[in-house]
Design a protein around this ligand. Structure first.
Ligand SMILES: Cc1ncc(C[n+]2csc(CCOP(=O)(O)OP(=O)(O)O)c2C)c(N)n1
Length: 538
């Protein structure tokens, strides 16, 4: 007997075994037949026990009963439509009794939902609020591995809970011609029992024994006097950096003092392959695409240190362990254990050598203007908000570490950059500077409609008459819609807005004007915000 030919079903089957699921209650149906077929084959090979139950409402309660007897996570597999809804009473019961009940539902592919197909209803979220849905993609191996692991590990969260795994399965449904289940990536999860425990010993030893361990740092808050957590976290990172026992690659918005490396990586020679043998991943959103791409392409295992209970970021596609513990604690623990590694020292030297911050003064361009802005305000203004799109990218090429960098990078929206900076300026007596593009500025210009704003809000807007980032995207220039509809080209200026809201306004159209505008911004006291509009010819 062979396995079915569905990638998602075969990955799930293999991971059920890896995670030790031994009991599955199965219900009849065509859409879930490939699942039931695989489970049947696995039961014949004595890997698991199948319990056929026709009524899905009973089936899910039978699964609860199996848990009472065995105290091991248990699964129920149902077909699409109301079959899934009928598991809801047992799922609610499982929720309140902390029963690790995995509901595996087969589904129609997304295009069939709402199209009057048989046995079809929206299945995602159907068991909420008692069980969250994790959806698989039929053919995407990375997605299936991550999602199956996430679901199987989530069963043990909160002392045990129900989880819903939904598998869209398309026709043909009944090809059984695959000889072996695939070799799958099992992800391990560690949650220390007490707050004082952090990384498990074997993870520390893996990092210690790696030739070139790489710590990739996404967005982190800068240190702040009112925030002990960030202070402790950054001093742990600095301590770790001083060991030379791990190569740290942070971004400008990680607010670490070695962020040049990530941007230097963009300049690095194709011949210079960064080949870590272990990646440790911390922090939030990551801006630089080249490093992310490299790590996705390499077969290098990733350990994620995650403070949240439910997040499961497999950003680099090779997650093999997720440790849910205090980040600062974990990094301090590592810093105390790690020792200098030759490969780390030479990679650090390589990236330092790549630093290139020269600007070409012959044409007034965004890069040159950003270089001048960074030169002028670097040591004068401590709090800098960066707009999404080009601002955060350009800034990381020119600013040195030192200021506190903020960015609405959680979801990269352009709508609230100015408002967040305005809020920051309202909450502090220090100077706050926000650097952003024109669409971001005009979108959020209502932020200035606030009579409480004082002279500590400094706005530097790059007006390139539209979403400049779209002009850089390879291939998009082939579309005649790009300028008018994608970049949203416009001819709007901030002068009138500044007048309406009582802000000071200076336009800069070349380097000299920009330099003197920045001098005014830095040196003159004022009672209302200032806007420098850098107009770049397109
Ligand atoms: C709320 C929201 N709408 C749309 C987008 C999609 N988007 C990403 S970048 C961008 C253009 C931003 O233009 P601008 O602020 O002028 O910066 P530039 O691209 O010129 O650097 C847009 C519209 C978004 N990120 N957020």
């Amino acid at each position: 007997m062979m396995y079915c030919d569905k990638t998602s079903v075969n990955i799930l089957s293999a991971l059920l075994l890896e995670h030790g699921i031994q009991d599955i209650v199965v219900c009849p149906g065509a859409r879930n037949a490939a699942l039931v077929h695989n489970f049947h084959k696995m039961s014949l090979e004595a890997c698991m026990t199948l319990y056929p139950v026709t009524d899905e409402r009973c089936a899910a309660f039978v699964a609860c009963g199996l848990y009472y007897a065995k105290r091991q996570p248990v699964a129920v597999c149902v077909t699409s439509g109301t079959a899934l809804l009928n598991t809801l009473p047992a799922v609610a019961e499982a929720y309140y009794q902390h029963i690790p009940l995995l509901v595996i539902s087969a589904d129609r592919p997304a295009e069939a939902i709402g199209q009057l197909d048989g046995q079809t209803l929206p299945q995602e979220g159907a068991l909420m609020p008692y069980a969250k849905t994790i959806v698989l993609n039929e053919n995407n191996v990375h997605w299936c591995e991550r999602a199956c692991n996430e679901a199987l590990l989530a069963l043990r969260h909160d002392g045990g809970c129900p989880v819903h795994l939904n598998l869209p399965i398309s026709r043909p449904l009944f090809n059984f011609n695959v000889e072996h289940l695939p070799t799958v990536r099992k992800i391990e999860e560690f949650t220390p029992k007490t707050d004082n425990e952090t990384l498990p010993k074997h993870i520390i030893e893996r990092i210690f024994n790696a030739r070139l361990p790489l710590l990739v740092v996404g967005q982190l808050f800068p240190k702040n006097v009112n925030d002990t957590r960030s202070k402790v976290l950054h001093s742990a990172l600095d301590h770790l950096e001083s060991t030379d026992g791990i190569l740290i690659m942070p971004e400008i918005i990680s607010n670490c003092n070695y962020s040049y490396r990530t941007v230097s990586y963009e300049y690095s020679d194709e011949q210079h392959e960064l080949k870590p043998d272990l990646v440790v991943h911390i922090g939030g959103n990551f801006v630089h695409k080249r490093l992310r791409k490299t790590l996705r392409e390499q077969e290098c295992p990733v350990v994620r240190i995650e403070e949240r209970q439910n997040d499961f970021p497999d950003t680099f596609y090779h997650l093999d362990t997720i440790v849910r513990c205090s980040l600062a604690g974990a990094l301090s623990q590592l810093a105390n254990r790690l020792e200098e590694k030759q490969d780390v020292v030479s990679e650090k030297a390589y990236f330092k050598g790549l630093l290139c911050k020269e600007r070409n003064d012959s044409i007034f361009c965004e890069a040159g203007a950003m270089a001048l802005v960074s030169e002028k305000i670097q040591n004068k203004i401590q709090i800098i908000h960066l707009g999404n799109s080009s601002a955060v990218r350009q800034a990381s090429h020119y600013f040195e570490d030192g200021p506190d960098f903020y960015c609405n990078r959680g979801v990269n929206g352009i709508e609230g950059t100015l408002s967040a900076a305005a809020g920051h300026a309202l909450g502090t007596d220090e100077q706050v500077c926000v650097i952003l593009g024109d669409l971001s500025f005009f979108y959020d210009s209502n932020a200035l409609w606030n009579c409480k704003l004082g002279g500590n809000l400094n706005i530097i807007m790059f007006n390139n008459k539209g979403g400049g980032i779209f002009r850089e995207l390879e291939g998009l220039d082939a579309s005649p819609a790009t300028e008018e509809y994608v970049s949203a080209r416009h001819n709007t200026f901030a002068k009138g807005i500044a007048e309406s809201y009582g802000a000071e306004y200076i336009e800069a159209t070349d380097y000299d004007e920009l330099a003197s505008a920045l001098d005014v911004m830095i040196n003159q006291k004022r009672s209302r915000p200032i806007i420098i509009e850098i107009t770049i010819k397109q």
